[in-house]
Each structure stands twice: as structure tokens, then as C-alpha cells.
Design a binder for this molecule. Structure first.
Ligand SMILES: *Cc1c(COP(=O)(O)O)cnc(C)c1O
Length: 498
């Protein structure tokens, strides 16, 4: 199967090339030429298969450059009990007889990014071989927290790759910072940067598109690559867990074969919820996608009006991984729902660039409204939801998941639709222990390890082992750079001299 750019369908690449390139040369995102459909035989296989077999199977439907042996080997390496703290990998926990929580945070960094970033390094290094690339893939990551650590953990000591992660100095939580500064591996580098996330991200983008820097990096035997959520190699592993969650619900009897489900996803860059959309296109019976935002509610407005308008105040919230005003992966949804109309997508994206806003046609908007519901939730509501869910179900959720639960409740109240719903739970509550504790009415001054211990003591739940261990490990990376130094730091990283 080939992939084409959302902005020019004449630009076609193989699945391996799409993964190596990350982004199409014209600025578009790679999308599959067609979406494979699950047959009845496929479905009965998936119903009874363990997680890693389900994942390898779904990957195989999209990534035609890879053999099933290869993909099964990768899935075996990525999704096992050395990496994940449960054999189920992504278990569904039914909170009542309608709402199933798909726990996506049992991996090494306690956030859902692991589900894709444990797999991506295998896909990328194999793709480099398949495309004849001899240079070392140098992954550059700008992160607001979760992606950086998950990418480090995924790429650490993977042959043929090295990885440098840059985060805003005062823009990540203490726990997130410590997770990154204690990272082990011989091919990793981490530095904080003075400034906010946008500063770091735009500096990285500038480096990516600077011909001179690329040429020098190439002289050092390196080719830049990216692990961010627009890479198709991150999208496919995410489709797998929606398929898996559906079959888990079916298998447990929570739903029957004739039932359609809804899916609710706390959303930032639109990567996670887009994967659920592809699962529906493959044949998983999903009726409605409930897109949950925090007070950065661009998407809520978009799903209600058809106008995407990023010109608004940026809010720093208690669900920081969703503090985003440009949801890049939305481009893929619009491409699909417009019938792969590259000209229209290109026009909208140019408008977004020039005016900060675009409005989709009434035809596209009709399709979008039939499938998507957008809702949002304030910080105050987020904390209230954590405390409600805890007292009603004795179940602890993190701030991002709480945004999902809050918007799910609003959806049910507004529409009366009581279909069984699969809700993506995107982080362990321990990862955002400060907010979770304050939701439980405990406000403390101290940061870091103390918070984890108090949360564990208060709730009787165990601190996830990878989070507990970061306070025993030594901090390896205490570098801070200013923005102007970054090109030099990156080049020294490619030389191996930082
Ligand atoms: C990245 C992240 C999100 C947002 O996911 P998108 O794919 O960007 O929509 C939500 N919650 C957590 C905890 C995350 O790390």
C-alpha cells in the first residue's frame, strides 16, 4: 500500500518512506491510499488474540513493506511485561456497565505515548534499511513533557539511531523533568531550553529545514528524523489499541456484536482520536467520537461551527499535554472526509497559515458533525471530576483522563445517548500527582518524590515502578541552552561531542 500527501496526491511514497520522512516535502501529512477493511475472519482472529498479536495484525494491514514475521517480532519486543506492568498491555476497565476506560498508561513512561513510541523505533530502523539509508537517524524532539520521555525510552540504545530531546526549562512538571534527566542509554541527549514550548518547537523546525545544518549533519553521518505525532509510524500502533479495546469489551460481554460503541478521547494534537477514526474506517462499529478539550477549546468550537480559529488566548492548564492551539492531525480527518481532496486541504492549511483560521465547506461540516461531538472542560471541573470518580468508583484518574470523563458526562446529559463508550485514559494519575492530590483536597508544598509517596499513601495504590525509580537514579543531563545555541548543540550532537 502506498501513501500520499494530504496536500498533493501525486506525491506517493511507500510505507517505509512515509515513516523515514515523517512529513511530506510539501508540508502535507502522509495518508494511506485506501483504508483496509477487516473481514469476518480477521475479526474472529482479533477477538481471541493477545495484545501483541492484535497490534502486529493491524500494523500488517497498513505497512505493506513489512513481513508479518518482522511485525510480530517488533510487537513482541515493544509490548511485553518487561516494558508494561500488565500482561493485557492496554486493559479495559469497566467503570459501570456503559463506560469502559481503556488504560493506555501501563508502559515505561506512564503515558499513552508509549503505545506508539515503543513501536516506532523498530519501524523506523527497519524502514531506514528498506530505503537504503546508511546514515544514522538522529531524532530531534521538542517536547512539552510526555513525548520526550516516551521517545527517549523507545529509542534508547536502538542501533542505527540517536536521540536528542529539548524541553522548555520551566514548562514541564518536576516529575517529567526528572524522568528525562535520568534517562539511561548511550545514544541519548537531553537539554532544557530557556523559553516556552513554542520557542523550542520553532527552533527545532528551523533546524529541520536549514539546508546548511542538514548538510553538516550529513557530513557527520547523520540524517535528521522526527518522532512527533504526525509520523505515520505513530498513527498505526494507535489504531491497534482501539481495535483491541473494542474486542476486549466484546469478549467480556460488556457489549454484543450488534452494538455500536462511542469513543471518547482527551485531545491535543488530534493524533489519538484520529486513530479511533481509522479503526472505524476499518470496520470497528463506532458511532460517535467524543472529542474532549481543556480550556484550549479550538476543537470544541470547530466541531460546533465548522470554523477552525486558533486566534485566541493560550491557557496553561492542569492537563498540559492538551495545551495546544494547532491540532496538526486534524488535517488527515479533513482530507479523508473531503474524499481525499488535496486541493481543498491545501487551501484550508494556507488559510490557517495566513489568517490563523479556516472554515470547512458545508458538505464537509455535515459529515464531521454526524461523527464528532466536541466538548470542553475547565481546570475546576477537571479537579471536581477526579474527586467524583474517586469517591464514586474508588478509581483514580489523571487530569487528562478527567477532561475526557467530564466531557463524556456532558455528552450523555446533552444527547441522552447511552451507548457503551470506550474512553481513552492517557496518563497514570501518578504522573500528575500534584493536581490529582489537590483534587483530593490535599495541597502540599513539596514536589517530586514526596508527592508520589503521599498520593500512594492516600489512595493505597502503588507508585508505578518506572516513576518510583527516577528518584533513585542519578541525573545525567543538567544542560540548559538558549535558543540561539541550539543549531550548534544539535551539530555537536551529530558529531558525538556533547
Ligand atoms: C499527548 C497527550 C494527550 C493528547 O494526545 P493527542 O494525540 O495529541 O491528541 C493527552 N493526554 C496525555 C497524557 C498526553 O500525553
Amino acid at each position: 500500500m502506498n501513501y500520499f500527501s494530504t496536500r498533493d496526491v501525486s506525491l506517493k511514497v511507500s510505507s517505509a518512506e512515509a515513516i523515514v520522512k515523517g512529513l511530506s516535502g510539501d508540508g502535507g501529512l502522509f495518508c494511506p491510499e485506501s483504508i483496509p477493511k477487516l473481514t469476518d475472519e480477521d475479526k474472529s482472529f482479533l477477538l481471541n488474540a493477545p495484545y501483541k498479536k492484535r497490534a502486529a495484525f493491524i500494523l500488517g494491514k497498513f505497512l505493506s513493506d513489512f513481513s508479518s514475521e518482522e511485525l510480530e517480532f517488533f510487537a513482541d519486543k515493544a509490548y511485553n511485561t518487561e516494558k508494561f506492568d500488565t500482561e493485557a498491555i492496554a486493559p479495559v476497565r469497566m467503570l459501570d456497565n456503559k463506560l469502559g476506560v481503556l488504560e493506555l498508561w501501563h508502559g515505561p513512561t506512564s503515558a499513552f505515548k508509549d503505545m506508539a513510541l515503543q513501536m516506532l523505533p523498530y519501524l523506523l530502523s527497519a524502514s531506514l534499511k528498506k530505503t537504503g539509508e546508511k546514515r544514522l537517524a538522529s531524532i530531534l524532539v521538542a517536547t512539552s513533557g510526555d513525548t520526550g520521555k516516551a521517545a527517549l525510552e523507545g529509542f534508547a540504545d536502538v542501533p542505527g539511531t540517536k536521540i536528542a530531546v529539548f524541553y522548555p526549562k520551566d514548562g514541564v512538571s518536576k516529575i517529567q523533568e526528572r524522568q528525562m534527566t535520568t534517562q539511561s542509554g548511550d545514544n541519548v541527549y537531553v537539554s532544557s531550553v530557556v523559553g516556552n514550548f513554542d520557542d523550542v518547537q520553532s527552533a527545532m523546525k528551523a533546524i529541520f529545514s536549514d539546508e546548511e545544518i542538514r548538510a553538516k549533519a550529513s557530513d557527520n553521518g547523520c540524517i535528521f528524523s522526527s518522532a512527533n505525532s504526525i509520523n505515520w509510524g505513530r498513527a498505526v500502533p494507535q489504531i491497534a489499541y482501539y481495535v483491541s479495546g473494542y474486542f476486549d469489551m466484546l469478549k467480556s460481554g460488556a457489549i454484543s456484536e450488534s452494538d455500536e460503541i462511542n469513543v471518547c478521547v482527551p485531545t491535543g494534537n488530534f493524533g489519538n482520536i484520529l486513530a479511533a477514526f481509522y479503526a472505524k474506517e476499518m470496520g470497528i462499529p463506532i458511532k460517535k467520537f467524543i472529542c474532549a478539550s481543556n480550556s484550549n477549546n479550538v476543537l470544541t468550537d470547530f466541531f460546533r461551527t465548522g470554523k477552525y480559529d486558533k486566534c485566541r488566548e493560550f491557557h496553561v492548564t492542569t492537563s498540559p499535554a492538551m495545551d495546544i492551539l494547532i491540532s496538526s492531525n486534524l488535517e488527515r480527518l479533513i482530507f479523508n472526509l473531503s474524499g481525499n481532496d488535496d486541493k481543498t486541504v491545501k487551501k484550508y492549511m494556507a488559510k490557517l497559515q495566513s489568517d490563523g483560521a479556516y472554515t470547512v465547506s458545508s458538505e464537509i461540516f455535515e459529515k464531521i458533525s454526524a461523527l464528532f461531538y466536541g466538548g470542553c472542560c475547565s481546570d475546576e471541573e477537571t479537579l471536581k471530576t477526579i474527586s467524583n470518580v474517586y469517591s464514586e468508583h474508588n478509581y483514580l484518574i489523571d487530569t487528562h483522563t478527567a477532561v475526557g470523563v467530564n466531557v463524556y458526562n456532558k455528552y450523555v446529559a446533552e444527547t441522552g445517548d447511552d451507548a457503551a463508550t470506550l474512553l481513552a485514559s492517557t496518563a497514570s494519575p501518578f504522573k500528575f500527582a500534584d493536581s490529582v492530590l489537590s483534587a483530593l483536597g490535599i495541597d502540599i508544598e513539596s514536589g517530586g518524590e514526596e508527592l508520589l509517596k503521599i498520593l500512594s499513601k492516600t489512595t493505597g495504590q502503588k507508585i508505578p515502578a518506572p516513576l518510583a525509580s527516577i528518584f533513585e537514579k542519578e541525573e545525567r543531563f543538567l544542560n540548559t541552552a538558549v535558543r540561539d545555541e541550539l543549531p550548534d548543540v544539535v551539530l555537536r550532537f551529530t558529531e558525538g561531542t556533547v
